[in-house]
Design a protein around this ligand. Sequence first.
Ligand code: UDP
Length: 322
Amino acid sequence: MKRILVTGGAGSIGSFVCEYLIDRGHEVIALDNGSSRKVEHLFETGRFKFVQDSIMNKDVLERQVQRSDIVIHLAAIADPKRYVTEPLNVLNINVKGSIQLLELCAAKGAKVIFASTSEVPGRNTQVPFNEEADRVLGPPSINRWCYSTGKALIEHFLYAYRQQENLPFVIMRFFNVYGPRCDDLGQGRVIPIFMEKLLGGQPLTIHGDGKQTRCFTFIEDACQAVVELALNPAAEGLCFNVGNDRETSILELAQTLIKVGQFESDIVFKPHVEVFGKSYEDIPRRIPDVRRIKSVINWEASTSLEDGLRKTIDFYRDWAKQ
Ligand code: UDP
């Protein structure tokens, strides 16, 4: 039995991760600055503690790290709208907050499981993205790149801390995770945005021609991978793509959502991508090379897009009734 701190533990990914860890017999502390709504069902297990605070609060963070064998670090600003409207907050929380956490974990000897992103390879056009591929990030004058640059920097810190201070780590690069509990309507992610429009009877807006692709990864699959990567010693010291390698165009996504949910909405095309009135460079294709995660922990995403979207639509329909 391990004691595991999950930062961002009350978020969509965090809440599933906490649940699966408890199911596997571990004790979990969730540190999150949001509400405990998504994790309330875990209190009755007797193996769950919720601390409502920010990772920027060093005293609180230190107390919880001191109690933990493993820290799964999910807390971050991960909302594309905020990359362009409040880049300073994104950098402070995602970079300064993470460095502070790594320092505390190195002092304690707690293993860090870090949530990175499939945005780290950036504009690299060689798909599928191998974990060791070059990063091609845009310039610092374009704030859109602050998120991926921040995550890439923390990846560097992890390798450095491991080399010089023996900090054990695992890096996870998530590929477009979606599904139940991602009830962040109004944020910049395509599936919540489309769901909000479908439920409101509005047309779906596609940026560009809709031929750009993503690999949508069902949240429950992704969270099973997180737990296995955290607990399996073979994963230590490595970076992993956590993603489904089925490529889906945004047009196909829109059509599949409409079909699976039997919605009546139209699809409209908008010539260029704008987030809050600022131009936002789109990535044409983003596909994970899944060989490493398959060979090290024998994981692959098993939920089909149709099944995942069906569960997602059910979740949002219930959510909209509340
Ligand atoms: N997208 C779209 N319409 C929307 C929101 C997003 O066509 O209303 C597109 C967006 O341009 C991108 C894809 O959907 O090509 C995925 O966008 P998201 O922001 O969810 O994730 P990311 O670009 O970081 O993969």
